[in-house]
Ligand binder design. Structure first.
Ligand code: ADP
Length: 178
């Protein structure tokens, strides 16, 4: 993974999140939890079929109607280099409604899980900025705000923000306040 920016416990990199070695990667899932395209599809392919089974079990036991937007659910990482997957569902972007709060919830709740489970290394993709259409600059401001607010209270945690292209990483860095 190519590093575009490195802070004390936060880095911005370009690469494929399925290759991340650490305690957990966050998945930009959909409400069904049963797989999809984009980063979700890539994570399921790299983790193997056990991940889908674990997600089916979550649906059966915990979230029969699907995972609500802004919520998180944890599974093992199976064949991934990361030990866990924190699944979350970002909001679909809407010009007529401010959905920054649910997008912030995705990041905040994933960070809460990392704090509770005493994870040392966590990676996020750019949730909602693909098929869900959230403008990258607006997402960058939300994400950097949450991380700046929360990371100081989770001293053992290093966070990596993974972007799929150099352009996405640079767009983030231009819009974010780090
Ligand atoms: P959403 O439905 O939440 O918008 P997408 O998967 O469509 O989710 O896109 C979220 C972001 O993840 C996009 O910026 C996309 O470029 C990026 N992405 C897709 N595949 C990967 C991957 N393997 N690693 C990291 N980021 C990825």
């Amino acid at each position: 993974m190519k590093v575009h920016w490195q802070g004390e416990r936060l880095s911005v990199v370009e690469g494929d999140i399925t290759r991340f070695e650490g305690d957990a990667i966050v998945n930009a899932a959909n409400r069904s939890l049963l797989g999809g395209g984009g980063v979700d599809g890539a994570i399921h392919r790299a983790a193997g079929p056990e991940l889908l089974e674990a997600c089916r079990a979550l649906r059966a036991r915990v979230w029969p109607d699907g995972l609500p937007v802004g919520q998180v659910a944890v599974t093992p990482g199976f064949r991934l280099a990361a030990n866990h997957v924190i699944h979350t569902v970002g909001p679909v972007y809407a010009r007529t409604e401010d959905r920054s709060a649910p997008l912030a919830d995705c990041y905040r709740r994933a960070l809460d899980v990392a704090a509770e489970q005493e994870f040392a290394r966590l990676a996020f993709p750019a949730i909602s900025t693909g098929v869900y259409g959230y403008p990258a600059e607006a997402a960058a401001r939300i994400v950097s705000g949450v991380v700046r607010e929360r990371l100081p209270d989770i001293p053992g945690l290093e966070v990596t923000l993974v972007f799929f292209s150099a352009k996405d990483a640079e767009t983030f860095l231009t819009a974010a306040t780090l």
